[in-house]
Write a protein that binds this ligand. Structure first.
Ligand SMILES: Cc1cc2nc3c(=O)[nH]c(=O)nc-3n(C[C@H](O)[C@H](O)[C@H](O)COP(=O)(O)O)c2cc1C
Length: 379
């Protein structure tokens, strides 16, 4: 239960979440972002009217910026997770155009999350191409043992995937999306380059962190050149990997700065800093990843992780439900302190499109708990 004095303090601070935000060509009505969440409800890779209605409901519920579920860049190796949406092909792009129209009609903003799984096998034996593409044939540390999967990709293969990202961003730009988010987190394609455990290359894309960020930086630079100066580019990053929750690409602020610098120079406009719990600080401080990235890069950041929920999303992937948690005051204190600019909300928005309305009204006690069974339907 929220106490009387908590309620008064919350009412005092909550408006900070509802201040507009502007960046490059983008103005958002508030600071609330819908986190990208794979729903696998696009048969044949085509997002249909139910997907459009699902995103529209979140815009109607007051989300300032929607980042879509991960969607495949146009390359056969991107993945073949059943019913996850493609970002190529006339049928899928027509579906996405409808999603954009619906979200815009409800006054919302939306970016697709562009995704390639790299060498991770997500629930299916192989990719459509039968060959995975990534830095070194490694999927990472499964309980510490590094697994060699197949031969490292050739430079030509890597450049093909990089080009696929740029083509997808061009499509997003043409279709009227409000920017793009590159999925460079959680141990997928770009993150496999960032992380020294999965990148053992000795060419231009391996070695020091500057080389390990090169492919992502090239993609950002090319997206900027082939879209427009006012088209926002967001990059999602994380220390943790799905293969190793304790992984650290950067174990010091200096290492983090070196990781960010080439990405900033290439033109990233905002970093989306993925954590399992937003309140956990980096490098032994009380500043979280979004806080450190903002401080070191000078760019705006998005934080995420267990906002208004007790259990983190990894436990949800293992079928664990989550009670609600009164952690909004803590979040607002960090927002007010200037640690980050935007706040992404994941599971709480799956169970309740009206989360923003309830939060603004101070109805914290009415927020809904999360159950993995909510994934069964697009509501
Ligand atoms: C069902 C589900 C699907 C997800 N799919 C993606 C995804 O496609 N891309 C991504 O970057 N993160 C994905 N995530 C992670 C979320 O974006 C978010 O970072 C995470 O759920 C933590 O936020 P929360 O605690 O508010 O749920 C997913 C999470 C869930 C629960």
């Amino acid at each position: 239960m929220t106490t009387q004095s908590d309620r008064a303090e919350l009412a005092d601070k909550v408006e900070a979440l509802f201040r507009p935000f502007a960046m490059r060509g983008l103005t958002l009505a508030n600071r609330i972002v819908m986190a990208p969440m794979t729903r696998s409800k696009s048969p044949g890779g085509v997002p249909g009217p139910e997907v459009a209605a699902y995103y529209r409901r979140r815009a109607e519920g007051g989300v300032g910026l929607i980042v879509t579920e991960g969607t495949w860049v146009p390359h056969p190796s991107a993945s073949n997770i059943a019913n996850a949406p493609r970002f190529y092909g006339e049928d899928a792009l027509a579906g996405w155009s409808h999603v954009v129209e619906e979200v815009h009609a409800a006054g919302g903003k939306i970016m697709p999350q562009l995704w390639h799984v790299g060498q991770i096998d997500r629930g299916s034996a192989t990719t459509v191409s039968g060959r995975r593409v990534g830095p070194s044939g490694m999927i990472g540390a499964m309980g510490r043992a590094v697994v060699a999967q197949e031969a490292p990709s050739t430079i030509a293969e890597l450049e093909e995937v990089a080009e696929a990202y740029v083509v997808a961003a061009e499509s997003a730009h043409r279709m009227g999306f409000d920017g793009v988010e590159l999925h460079a987190a959680h141990g997928y394609f770009f993150d496999q380059f960032f992380w020294h455990v999965t990148n053992l290359r000795d060419d231009a894309y391996g070695g020091e962190i500057t080389a390990r960020t090169r492919l992502a930086a090239d993609v950002v630079r090319n997206i900027r050149a082939r879209t427009s100066p006012d088209f926002p580019i967001v990059l999602r990053m994380s220390q943790w990997k799905q293969q190793d929750y304790a992984a650290k690409v950067a174990d010091t602020p200096q290492a983090l700065e070196a990781w960010l610098e080439p990405l900033v120079a290439a033109g990233v406009d905002m970093f989306h800093c993925s954590q399992r719990r937003f309140w956990e600080g980096e490098f032994g401080t009380d500043l979280n990843l979004a806080g450190w990235v903002k401080k070191l890069s000078g760019k705006p950041t998005i934080t995420v992780g267990s906002v208004t929920l007790k259990q983190d999303h990894i436990s949800s992937h293992h079928g664990v439900a989550s009670e609600t948690e009164h952690n909004l005051l803590q979040l607002l204190t960090l927002l007010e302190r200037g640690d980050f600019d935007l706040v992404a909300v994941g599971r709480a928005l799956i169970v309740d499109p009206y989360w923003p309305v309830k939060v603004r009204a101070g109805a914290e006690d009415e927020l809904l708990p999360y159950s993995p069974s909510a994934l069964g339907k697009l509501e």
